[in-house]
Ligand binder design. Structure first.
Ligand code: SF4
Ligand code: MG
Length: 324
């Protein structure tokens, strides 16, 4: 089966200035990422803020061009010039429905915008499509003539989902879709996303800093650190026995509830490094409880593990065990 979405060696390097008079330095936001998504799969992409997951989302949405590497949709390489084509197949749902919905437009105008941009149908058929998609996301037709400010956060996120789905995409990039919502509303939106996936055979890339949110929906999880995927595994396998010290630290922070704090640093020895000056060797070594002198000198390479991968010197693919 051809994967519906594939990233091959995708990197994004920005050139950033350090200080006022500073020289430009490369910032490797995404560093040689390989990912594959099968149809109807949900790949959870997890990492702390600044790890490159939103940059990856922008590349997939055609909002940023990769510095190197390829994005393939249904086995076909997609260039950044194919943005319109891409938008028909890949649609986003962003974190903050407050800022991603135009406050001066009615809900009907907001949801039908992608159809109008792409010249799909006439006014009557667009209105009909809005009515239908509102029903799909669990909103009454009467909200069509209301404005975002008249809605709750959860309703607004349903509008954002409707706007994404009206294009009948194959792939939906969900970038922290529930992070701005109250906890009680979060699970409603997660359930809705799960139902929509089953109903329409959608494929999701589900980005979150919160492993607990990802566990709910994802079939597989990729853990990202400083632009690299350091572990990829089936969701159950990752939660039962993660094989990378960073994944374990993230899991520990999930298992220790600290509401509102996201991923606390307390389980990790040091703060998240500055991506302009990444640590040598294994980039995780300053925070890794298992680090050795070798880790600081030499970067580990990804090792296949089941149908995932682990990037750590202490992972032994023979025994599929982490060697302490
Ligand atoms: Fe930790 Fe070393 Fe593995 Fe990096 S390679 S995660 S520093 S044990
Ligand atoms: Mg982000």
């Amino acid at each position: 089966d051809t994967p519906v979405l594939e990233l091959r060696g995708v990197s994004k390097v920005y050139s950033v200035k350090q200080g006022l008079m500073g020289a430009r330095k490369p910032l490797r936001a995404v560093n040689d990422v390989n990912l594959t998504l099968g149809r109807s799969e949900v790949l959870g992409l997890v990492g702390e803020s600044g790890c490159g997951k939103s940059t990856l989302a922008k590349i997939l949405l055609g909002l940023e061009a990769p510095t190197s590497g390829e994005v393939l949709v249904d086995g076909e390489a997609i260039g950044s010039h194919d943005r319109l084509k891409l938008a028909r197949r890949i649609q986003p749902i962003f974190q903050d429905p407050y800022s991603s919905l135009n406050p001066r437009k009615s809900i009907a105008e907001i949801i039908s915008l992608p159809l109008r941009v792409h010249g799909i149908g006439d006014h009557a058929s667009q209105t009909k499509a809005v009515r239908e998609i509102l029903d799909v996301v669990g909103l009454p037709a009467r909200v069509m003539n209301t404005y975002p400010s008249q809605m709750s956060g959860g309703q607004r996120q349903r509008v954002a989902i409707a706007r994404a789905l009206i294009m009948k995409p194959e792939i939906v990039i969900c970038d922290e879709p529930t992070s701005a919502l109250d906890v009680s509303v979060q699970s409603q939106i997660l359930n809705l996303l799960g139902e929509l996936r089953r109903e329409f055979g959608l494929t999701y890339l589900f980005i979150s800093h919160n492993l607990a949110v990802v566990e709910h929906l994802a079939t597989r999880v990729a853990v990202m650190y400083l632009g690299r995927i350091v572990e990829e595994a089936e969701t159950g396998a990752l939660f039962d026995a993660s094989r990378h010290p960073y994944s374990r630290a993230l899991l520990d922070s999930v298992l220790t509830p600290e509401p509102g704090l996201g991923v606390p640093d307390t389980h990790l020895g040091a703060a998240y490094p500055n991506p302009i000056n990444p640590p040598p060797g294994c980039a995780f070594h300053p925070r890794c409880a298992s680090a050795t002198a070798f880790c600081a000198a030499r970067a580990p390479r990804p090792v296949a593990s089941g149908d995932g991968l682990v990037e750590c010197h202490l992972y032994d693919p023979e025994t599929e065990m982490f060697q302490r």
